[in-house]
Design a protein around this ligand. Structure first.
Ligand SMILES: Cc1cc2nc3c(=O)[nH]c(=O)nc-3n(C[C@H](O)[C@H](O)[C@H](O)COP(=O)(O)OP(=O)(O)OC[C@H]3O[C@@H](n4cnc5c(N)ncnc54)[C@H](O)[C@@H]3O)c2cc1C
Length: 383
């Protein structure tokens, strides 16, 4: 039976993805009455398509200096977030701490990896250069052609399916009303102030609306033109392989220039992900799967014997600088979106920042660079 829509709440959240639910949970823990409105099912956007890597070190690349402090802050919040989530839901989220091995094959890739490694070192990110023999000692199923690697011991991972299931339970236990199959269609305004959320099943009067609609946050509809957000979808395709004792598996997350592979506690090896700037184009393509399988086989020959268990695609919510947007757009209207390929990594810090913004009126120091002001400053500098 469809869940009935409350008539009022302190906070109405648009989007039952990771960011919407994590924020709702934190707000409910802070004493707010919260409704989450999801037009499909919880996690149906990017959140169930993700690999679940919490990888600030492997992710660190030229241009991501702005993000690094927030990424490290959020990673540091993960153990507390995990413990609270597991306690509230009684679900083990498969939190793994083996780190990432970033691989290079051949001279050109080694040179590029060396550049990345030096950037990591300059930024103070823990990283260790490994010769090919040492890489294979740590991951014996890799091909002998692997020339070198960088070990990033800080990087962790979770299982997105378990996290999303746990978040729904934690939210409900904290009193959050999660309404699925109900699209938000507009905002109720009273002068300059947002006073409610209009949905296809009625209006919720709300002190604050939190827009956490992922890759759809930039689409026309809910927001007036002058508040439009610079967020677009970046499609990613992934697949899950079933590993057995015979096929062997990996113990670390393994990255190459083509793919990432993440071994999960249930025996799956996730291979991801394509990056396609093609708008909302549904479906898994032969080209996408071919690229993933070819990239994986180049370093891990054992994949040939692994069963393909699932294939899927999703849309990363990507802002113009690939960093999140956490900001007050108008009185009574807050955005928490644009987490691109780092939503899992950034979820605890984002949820805490949203809760702080609604409770104290200000963002914590570490989240302050992620307001929309940075885009206005860039536009002024170019003009
Ligand atoms: C292939 C892939 C791999 C990834 N791997 C990783 C990874 O390893 N590590 C990591 O940190 N991140 C990863 N990400 C990124 C991560 O998944 C996202 O950053 C994160 O899930 C974004 O969460 P969200 O809640 O903002 O968006 P979403 O999960 O997309 O949730 C938004 C929700 O809003 C709903 N919605 C939209 N419009 C409306 C409306 N009008 N009314 C009601 N509901 C609406 C949608 O149905 C959707 O469920 C990956 C993403 C992809 C696609």
């Amino acid at each position: 039976m469809a869940r009935s829509l409350p008539k009022r709440a302190d906070v109405a959240v648009v989007g039952g993805g990771l960011i919407g639910l994590a924020s709702a949970w934190r707000l409910a823990q802070a004493g707010r009455s919260v409704v989450v409105v999801e037009r499909a099912e919880v996690g149906a956007g990017a959140s169930l398509a993700a690999t679940g890597m919490l990888a600030p070190a492997a992710e660190h690349e030229p241009g991501s200096d702005l993000l690094l402090p927030l990424a490290l802050d959020s990673l540091a919040r993960w153990p507390g977030f995990r413990d609270a989530l597991q306690a509230a839901s009684d679900i083990d989220i498969d939190y793994r701490q083996e780190g990432t091995l970033v691989l290079a094959i051949g001279r050109d890739e080694v040179e590029r990896l060396r550049f990345r490694y030096e950037l990591q070192r300059r930024s103070g990110v823990a990283a260790e250069w490994l010769a090919g023999t040492e890489v294979r000692r740590r991951e014996p199923t890799l091909r002998p052609s692997v020339t070198a690697g960088v070990f990033c011991p800080l990087d962790h991972q979770v299982d997105p399916r378990r996290v999303m299931r746990a978040l729904v339970l934690a939210c409900r236990a904290a009193g959050v009303v999660v309404v699925e199959g109900c699209a938000a269609t507009g905002l109720d305004w009273s002068g300059p102030r947002v006073t409610g959320l209009v949905t296809e099943r009625g209006t919720i009067a709300a002190g604050t609306v939190v827009l956490a609609s992922g890759a759809w946050s930039g689409a026309a509809g809910l927001l007036p033109d002058h508040l439009a957000l610079p967020v677009r979808p970046l499609k990613g395709q992934s697949l899950a392989l079933r590993t057995t004792r015979q096929t062997g598996t990996l113990s670390h997350m393994v990255w190459t220039e083509q793919v990432h592979m993440a071994p999960k506690g249930d025996g799956h090896l996730i291979v991801g992900a394509t990056v396609e700037d093609c708008g909302f184009r549904e479906g898994v393509t032969a080209g996408g799967l071919y690229a993933l399988l070819e990239g994986a086989r180049r370093v891990l020959p054992g994949i040939e014997e692994m069963e393909v268990e699932a294939v899927w695609s999703g849309y990363r919510p990507t802002s113009d600088d690939d960093a999140p947007i956490i900001d007050t757009l108008a009185p009574g209207l807050v955005a928490a979106t644009g987490h691109h390929r780092n939503g899992y990594l950034l979820a605890p810090a984002t949820a805490d920042a949203v809760a702080a913004l609604l409770t104290t009126g200000a963002l914590p120091e570490v989240a302050r660079p992620f307001t929309l002001a940075r885009f206005r400053t860039e536009a002024r500098a170019i003009a």
